[in-house]
Design a protein around this ligand. Structure first.
Ligand code: BTN
Length: 252
């Protein structure tokens, strides 16, 4: 892929590699040397040390999927609102998928993308803060496009091609994804509060009484209400509203 079309910011610079340890780590290393043009995309066909949330790894079969990181400078975004950036990345991935897949696409807090309860994409956002604003964001996306075999993750992972029964053009999916992100990034600056409603509308298990775990494995029943601006999950537990960070709650 040589050029991304129809975007204002996202993907105007596209750095493509056959192999990197991690696109997020590479983007961070580049940023430590010198600033990058806003919207720069770092893409690798193969990652040997792909990173996931909470110190997990992200495995992706070489050449089959999209693994990329986008560098953004949302200086207009207050630190107290920083989770909105996660929201627009999740919504962009969701809408890009919807161009290909007729099934319902859900966002599992904080930002896993699910189709029929299986994960089709993961997002890792790393924020670099300065003062009271978000200075630079590295938004890493792993989207399973053409992988067929997920080994032991068979029951929990899926790809677009597994669902569709045919292979997709990776460059085309990339173009679709970056266009969506470019539009949502504009929306984030112009009409930030609109994003919350759309995100909540597609939030997995929202409004459905469900079982959760605490880190010490005790169980409780609650109903997800929303996700606040800082990214905490708001859950109604025994008629009381409780707030959980990523480390404080697990889905059953
Ligand atoms: C998760 O679901 O745990 C997040 C997975 C994020 C994976 C992507 S792949 C591209 C980018 N580079 C990385 O090392 N991780 C992210």
């Amino acid at each position: 892929m040589s050029k991304i079309h129809n975007t204002r910011i996202v993907g105007k610079v596209l750095l493509e590699f056959d192999h990197l340890e991690s696109t997020n780590a590479y983007a961070r290393a580049l940023l430590q040397q010198s600033p990058l043009e806003e919207g720069t995309v770092v893409l690798a066909r193969d990652q040997s040390k792909g990173r996931g949330q909470l110190g997990t790894t992200w495995d992706s079969e070489p050449g089959k999927n999209l693994t990329l990181s986008i560098v953004l400078n949302p200086h207009f975004l207050a630190i107290s609102d920083q989770f909105r950036l996660n929201k627009i990345v999740a919504l962009s991935v969701r809408e890009a998928i919807m161009e290909y897949i007729p099934d319902e696409v859900k966002i599992k807090w904080p930002n896993d993308i699910l189709i029929n309860e299986k994960k089709v994409a993961g997002i890792l956002i790393q924020n670099i803060l300065k003062g009271s604003t978000v200075h630079t964001v590295i938004a890493g996306i792993g989207l399973n496009v053409n992988q067929q075999d997920f080994g032991p993750s068979l029951l929990t992972a899926t790809s677009l091609s597994q669902l569709l029964g045919n292979t997709l053009d990776l460059d085309e999916v990339l173009q679709t994804l970056l266009e969506k992100l470019d539009r949502y990034y504009e929306l984030l600056e112009l009409y930030p509060t609109r994003i919350d409603d759309v995100y909540h509308e597609h939030l997995y298990l929202r409004g459905i009484e469900s079982m959760f775990f605490t880190p010490d494995s005790s169980r409780f029943i609650g109903t997800i209400r929303t996700v606040d601006a800082q990214g905490r999950l708001e859950v109604i537990v025994k008629n009381e509203l409780k707030y959980f960070t990523l480390k404080e709650i697990k889905f059953a």
